[in-house]
Design a protein around this ligand. Structure first.
Ligand code: PMP
Length: 396
C-alpha cells in the first residue's frame, strides 16, 4: 500500500504571501497584473453573444490543438515581436507554467541538465526538476547571457558526461530582473545554440509590455526552427483564464501535443473562443496600451522613490526597467534578504527575496519588487518603509 511519508519538500512556485492583500500591507511581492483595466462590460457582452451562437461547441471537449479561431490572435501577438506562428507548430496550454512542464516531460530525459538564465523564474526550475531534469546556471555578464562563455560551459558539462540539450531564457523584461537581452546577443546566442546543438526555450510573458511600446525581436522570430516559444495570455489579458500556447518547430509539436493531452485532455474551448472573440473585435491595442501606460507610471513612481530614498551612492543597485512588472534591487556588498523580508514585513511591506530566484541558494543579496499591482498612491510610502529597513540594516 502506498503511504504518505511526509510533506513534499519542494518549495511551492508561488509563495503564499505573494497573494497577501488588505489592511495596511503594501505588497511589492506578487507578480499580478492590474485587472482594473480589463473591459469587463464589453467582455461580458461578448461572452453572452458567444454562448448564444456557439455555446454548446465551446463547452464541449476539444482536441489538443489551438482552436482555429484563436490562431489569428496568436499570429498577431507574436508578429508584434517579429515572431512567426505556424498553425501546425502551435500547441495549446493552460498558461506557460503548463507549457514548461509539458516541454520538460516531452523533450527532456531524466537526469539531463537544462541550462537556465539566472536569476530564473522559479516556476521554470520547478518544472524542470519535476520532470527529473537538472537546472544549471548559464554563464552571464553585465549584458545578460554570456554567449561566448557558454561554449566552455557546455563543453565542460559534456566532458563530465552530462547530457545538455536545452537552454531556458526569459529574454525580454525578465522575471525577476526586468532586464532585456540585447538584439546582438540574441543573434550570437542563436548561432552558438545551433553550433552546440542546444534547443532554446524562450519564455516571453512580458515582451509586449515595453513602456514606450518598443520591444526586441523575439528569438523565435530569428530562428523559429530551433526555438520553443512559450506564449501566454496571462499578462496581456488575464491569468485567471489560464490560456497560453507553445509555438514549436513543427517536427516537435506532435510530441508536445501528446503530453498536453495526458496532462489536460484538451484545452478550454470556451476560453479560447472568448479570446478569439476579443481579438476579432480589435481588443488588443487598447488593452495592451492601457497596461503599458499604467505600468510605466507605477514603475516610474517606484524608481523615483528608490532614487530619493536610497540614492545612487549607497550599497543598493538597480536599473530602471523599460517594461514588464519587476525591479531588481541588489547589494553587491552582501545582504541577507530573507532576513530583511521579515523586518520589512514588520513595517507592512512585502517583497520576494532574491534567493527564491536562485537555482542553488544564490541571489540572497537581491530582492524583487513588483510594481504592476500596487495602487499609485501607495508606492512612495511602501518604498519609504522598505528603505528605512534597508538603511537600518546598513547602519547595524
Ligand atoms: N514564465 C514567467 C517568466 C512568468 O513570470 C510566469 C508568471 N509569473 C510564467 C511563466 C507563468 O505564467 P502563466 O502560466 O500564467 O502563463
Amino acid at each position: 500500500m502506498w503511504t504518505e511519508t511526509g510533506a513534499d519538500s519542494r518549495p511551492s512556485v508561488e509563495m503564499p504571501q505573494l497573494f497577501e492583500r488588505g489592511g495596511d500591507l503594501i505588497s511589492f511581492a506578487g507578480g499580478l497584473p492590474d485587472l482594473d483595466l480589463l473591459p469587463l462590460k464589453e467582455l461580458s457582452e461578448q461572452l453572452a453573444r458567444l454562448t448564444r451562437i456557439g455555446g454548446r461547441i465551446a463547452l464541449q471537449y476539444s482536441t489538443p490543438h489551438v482552436a482555429r479561431a484563436l490562431v489569428p490572435a496568436i499570429t498577431d501577438l507574436m508578429a508584434r515581436e517579429g515572431g512567426r506562428a505556424d498553425a501546425e507548430g502551435l500547441v495549446p496550454t493552460a498558461g506557460s507554467q503548463m507549457g514548461l512542464l509539458a516541454l520538460a516531460l516531452s523533450l527532456g530525459t531524466p537526469g539531463e541538465t537544462v541550462l537556465c538564465q539566472t536569476p530564473a523564474y522559479p516556476g521554470a526550475a520547478a518544472a524542470f526538476r519535476t520532470a527529473g531534469l537538472r537546472p544549471y546556471g548559464a554563464p552571464e555578464d553585465a549584458e545578460g547571457l554570456d554567449t561566448q562563455a557558454l561554449r566552455a560551459t557546455v563543453a565542460r558539462l559534456r566532458a563530465e558526461g552530462q547530457r545538455v540539450r536545452m537552454l531556458y531564457v526569459n529574454p525580454t523584461f525578465q522575471n525577476p530582473t526586468g532586464a532585456t537581452l540585447p538584439l546582438e546577443r540574441r543573434y550570437e546566442l542563436l548561432e552558438v545554440a545551433r553550433e552546440l546543438d542546444l534547443l532554446i526555450v524562450e519564455d516571453n510573458p512580458y515582451g509586449l509590455l515595453g513602456f514606450d511600446g518598443r520591444t526586441v525581436e523575439s528569438l523565435q522570430g530569428i530562428d523559429p526552427g530551433n526555438v520553443l516559444y512559450l506564449g501566454t495570455f496571462s499578462k496581456v489579458f488575464a491569468p485567471g483564464l489560464r490560456c497560453g500556447w507553445i509555438a514549436a518547430p513543427v517536427p516537435l509539436a506532435e510530441r508536445l501535443r501528446r503530453t498536453t493531452e495526458v496532462m489536460a485532455l484538451s484545452p478550454s474551448a470556451f476560453t479560447q473562443a472568448a479570446l478569439a472573440a476579443f481579438h476579432t473585435r480589435g481588443g488588443w491595442d487598447p488593452l495592451i496600451g492601457a497596461y503599458r501606460e499604467r505600468y510605466a507610471e507605477r514603475c516610474g513612481l517606484m524608481a523615483d522613490a528608490l532614487d530619493a530614498e536610497l540614492g545612487t551612492d549607497g550599497p543598493w543597485r538597480w536599473r530602471r526597467p523599460e517594461g514588464g512588472f519587476y525591479l531588481w534591487l541588489r547589494n553587491p556588498g552582501g545582504a541577507d534578504t530573507r532576513r530583511l523580508a521579515s523586518a520589512v514585513a514588520g513595517q507592512g511591506v512585502s517583497f520576494v527575496p532574491g534567493g527564491h530566484f536562485g537555482l542553488d541558494g544564490e541571489c540572497d543579496d537581491a530582492l524583487r519588487l513588483c510594481f504592476s499591482n500596487v495602487p499609485r498612491g501607495r508606492i512612495a510610502e511602501g518604498v519609504a518603509r522598505l528603505a528605512s529597513v534597508l538603511r537600518g540594516a546598513e547602519a547595524g
